[in-house]
Ligand binder design. Structure first.
Ligand code: GRF
Length: 267
């Protein structure tokens, strides 16, 4: 358990940065308690995330991954995180695999978000578009998003929060002729929930409400799995939902203006 003191967050992003923006919005709107989004690290000089950091007055650092080995690249990141006093690392559209040295230093202190219900479509890798395409190709009726603690392998690790999103019949139809439009529609509707649950997971962490337990599986190998328990005592959820409401209201306005069906839960 983490004591209820200020938790400094470092975000690693490679591209658009909408999850980073949502996290920064939670800070800006005063929704977080004892959370300080301290630093953004980006590995793509064109990442829009850097403009978001500037807008919110969050320190941004570019770390180049090109033409160097991963260990050196990650050491530079770890040094920056250390010097910024970061306690919790949030990968938000980060397109690099986390190596074991980085993982060991921040064990169960690195979160990631995946645009599907893990373990489904985890193997589809780091690009959200392919994950949604695979879900539509497979014909799943429910997809969603997952926040989890990074383990040594990609898209695998103890699950913290998930949110289901129903695939619309209209998207399944659309996918037959206008593939990209269907992918975009599903991706937008999942993203709305990504933006909500990532900050919730961060607050749960900061409140010391997450615990990673080991469970021995009953299969032949007796492998150890890690499972996250969440302590929701003391009306944590009700209080969080109340605090997060202004974000959700602003979000609803923004997405509705873009023509996205925000409240669509059933067909
Ligand atoms: C999100 O869909 C996230 O789940 C996945 O990559 C996408 C990043 O989007 N890991 P953004 O850069 O946060 O807008």
């Amino acid at each position: 358990m983490v004591s209820p003191q200020m938790v400094n967050v470092g975000v690693l992003a490679s591209g658009r940065g909408s999850n980073f923006q949502a996290i920064a919005d939670h800070q800006h709107l005063g929704i977080f308690q004892n959370v300080n989004v301290r630093v953004l690290i980006y590995n793509n000089p064109e990442a829009s995330a850097k403009h978001i950091a500037e807008k919110y007055g969050i320190a941004g650092h570019f770390v180049d991954h090109r033409n160097r080995d991963r260990i050196e690249f990650e050491r530079q990141i770890v040094d920056l995180l250390n010097s910024s006093g970061v306690d919790l690392v949030c990968l938000a559209g980060w397109d690099r695999i986390v190596g074991s040295e980085f993982f060991q230093k921040y064990r169960w202190r690195i979160m990631n978000i995946h645009p599907a219900l893990l373990p489904s479509f985890g193997w589809k890798g780091l690009n959200a578009r392919y994950v949604h395409e695979a879900a539509l190709e497979y014909g799943v009726k429910i997809t969603g998003c997952t926040v989890y603690f990074i383990d040594v392998s990609v898209e695998k690790g103890p699950i913290i929060l998930q949110h289901p999103v129903r695939v619309l019949e209209s998207e399944i139809e659309l996918f037959k002729n206008r593939r990209e439009d269907a992918i975009q529609s599903l991706s937008d509707r999942v993203l709305i929930h990504e933006h909500q649950i990532y900050s919730k997971a961060i607050q749960l962490y900061a409140d010391g409400r997450l615990r990673v337990d080991e469970i021995v599986t009953r299969n032949k190998e007796n492998r150890t799995n890690r499972v996250v328990s969440i302590d929701l005592r003391g009306e944590w959820k009700r209080k969080w939902d109340e605090r997060q409401r202004p974000f959700i209201e602003a979000q609803r306005k923004t997405w509705t203006a873009k023509g996205v069906r925000v409240d669509e839960e059933s067909n």
